[in-house]
Ligand binder design. Sequence first.
Ligand SMILES: *Cc1c(COP(=O)(O)O)cnc(C)c1O
Length: 371
Amino acid sequence: MSQNTDTNIAPQPGIMEIALYEGGASKVAGIENVVKLSSNENPFGPSEKAREAVIRAAHSMHRYPNTDHAALRQAIAEVHALDPDRIICGVGSDEIIHFLCQAYAGPGTEVLFTEHGFLMYRISAHAAGATPVQVAERDRVTDVDALIAGASERTRLVFLANPNNPTGTMIGLPEIERLARAIPQAIIVIDAAYAEYVGGDYDGGAELATRLPNVFMTRTFSKIYGLGGLRVGWGYGAREIVDVLNRIRGPFNLSTAALEGAEAAVRDRAHFQRSQSENSRMRAWLAEALMEKGVPSDTSCANFILARFADVPTAEACDAFLKAEGLIVRRVASYGLPHCLRITVGDEASCRRIAHVIGAFMAERAGGTEA
Ligand SMILES: *Cc1c(COP(=O)(O)O)cnc(C)c1O
């Protein structure tokens, strides 16, 4: 019997505008031991303590999780010196981004983000029926003046990844403060998914989100904490915003395993420090090694490098060359960067391997032979 797929029941406006998000690839046909450098994952995996907490949580799977996330919020608050009542936890920071759009945007309003911004901003804006507005960057760096010029009285949200994915670049917090003061009608969302990789005393925008009522910060356990598969993120800002978002949050949005795994992860500062320092060391090494082979990149403040090629065919050919060697990186054409490849900073062995293979590719292109 054939299925009747005809229907006059249409979804809400905006939904059919959504192009499905594609995650970084993890397989190459016919190759066994691939190195996945396409999703900005922590090469050292999660903290051993997080792993143990998740296994322990399996014993209580028949129980509903708690709904207020108090223990996890308390742990985050202690580590970051923040007020736990101004924190909300979600199924990845993606869910926080979703809540923000659902709560503050809608038909007739605009959601701003930058030219090479994270694809989830557009998806979540469409899902809420709002109009996504993309604003130009200046040489792959967020341009605050362009954002101010691009805002209108209909603007409700401005999403700003800092450092940005996939460019790896960032702007200073005084620039973000200037933006927030210039458009008080909108919430400036600092997506700080990569803040831990900046180093120094960089707080990801926490102090700004404490001080200004229209700055909100999102964070994730998917990157430096190595818990992308567990799905935990959080947001921090004005109590009023957190209260609004909690009204649309599913009471059981985070599983017990997710809550307890994340809590153990954030309290394991040794694993965090090692992940951070190894990333800084190998990021500098990889950028330099690629530069020497004729592949430049902007100074990255994150855990990946945006490798720039002379043109689109060269980037595509390099991607194919890497794949054939079992190295998976991210093509970023959908981010408006078709001549670039985004390469996650892996462990030392992966970094050495990718630099070597890209060197061989560039040498072959130049018509020479590899030393
Ligand atoms: C990876 C990433 C996130 C994290 O998303 P999760 O839902 O927390 O896994 C958020 N923003 C940007 C820009 C990212 O690259």
